[in-house]
Design a protein around this ligand. Structure first.
Ligand SMILES: O=C(O)CCC(=O)C(=O)O
Length: 275
């Protein structure tokens, strides 16, 4: 992807709150990811719907996929287009321990999602609205199966990320469906009012969704503490930073007084962070 097309995606994100990278995933990779997700879906006990977050009830959701397979992480970190866009959106320019052209943003959540029959209400995922020019969180959805309105595609209310308001269901009339093909990548600012239509086809509609946030935001799960050592061993320093290992809070002032660290302070194993 050229600098020019990255600039176009960034400008769409700034103005409309979302962008679509068409055919951003290699066909072989799509099949590998979706079949691994189907395997995990078949093996996991179905979640008790009442214990799921409200928005996910009635939908197939595979939580915490970074623990299952390196390929789920690398589908994002190995995609230069995605990394370039997300770095521009979320890197902290004052994070001096990591070179500015490397990521200092982190992964908040990595989940698989397929739409159920019920629509997913409009919502934001930044937890707080704002109308500022700086983004604090974004979602990157790797589309693994074609998405149409009948198959429960993502919907967004363009420009709502600048509204400084929580999502209002009466804005459904302004929501636009994002029709995509397997292999497309949709990126939206997490302040954008978005949701998904109900899937009336009976077919699955898997996408792999990463929520990336600025380094100081809390992660959905204990991503750093529960990563299998076998996956940690294979990560690059950039990937360790993205999973949060460079911005773990120190235990106390004797361990460290800076909230941010660089690659030089990364530890050899997951267990070593707990000592
Ligand atoms: O899967 C979708 O289309 C929307 C997902 C979504 O709204 C979310 O993950 O917050």
């Amino acid at each position: 992807m050229t600098q020019e097309s990255i600039a176009l995606h960034l400008s769409a994100l700034a103005d409309e709150g979302y962008t679509v990278i068409r055919a951003g995933i290699a066909p072989g990779e799509i099949d590998a990811i979706v079949s691994r997700m189907r395997q995990i879906h078949a093996a996991r006990k179905p979640a008790d719907d009442t214990e799921q977050p409200f928005l996910n009830r009635g939908h197939d959701t595979l939580y915490n996929l970074q623990r299952e397979d390196l390929s789920f992480i690398r589908a994002f970190t190995g995609n230069e287009q995605v990394m370039a866009v997300v770095r521009s959106l979320l890197n902290d320019a004052w994070y001096k321990q990591i070179a500015s052209e490397r990521p200092n943003f982190i992964l908040r959540a990595l989940a698989g999602r397929s739409s159920g029959e019920r629509a997913m209400p409009l919502h934001i995922d930044s937890f707080v609205p704002s109308s500022g020019t700086l983004c604090i969180a974004c979602q990157v959805a790797l589309v693994l199966e074609d998405q149409t309105p009948q198959r429960g595609c993502t919907i967004v209310v363009p420009r709502s990320h600048l509204s400084d308001r929580y999502a209002d269901q009466s804005a459904m009339a302004q929501a636009v469906p994002i029709e995509t093909r397997a292999g497309d990548i949709v990126i939206w600012d997490s302040r954008l009012w978005h949701g998904a239509l109900g899937n009336t086809t009976g077919a699955s509609r898997w996408s792999l969704i990463a929520t990336f946030v600025r380094w100081w935001i809390k992660q959905n799960f204990d991503i750093t503490g529960t990563l299998p050592e076998s996956i940690y061993r294979q990560l690059t320093d950039d990937e360790k930073a993205v999973l949060g290992y460079c911005s773990l809070p120190p235990r106390d002032e004797h361990e460290r007084t800076d909230m941010k660290t660089g690659h030089g302070q990364l530890k050899p194993t997951v267990a070593a962070y707990r000592r």
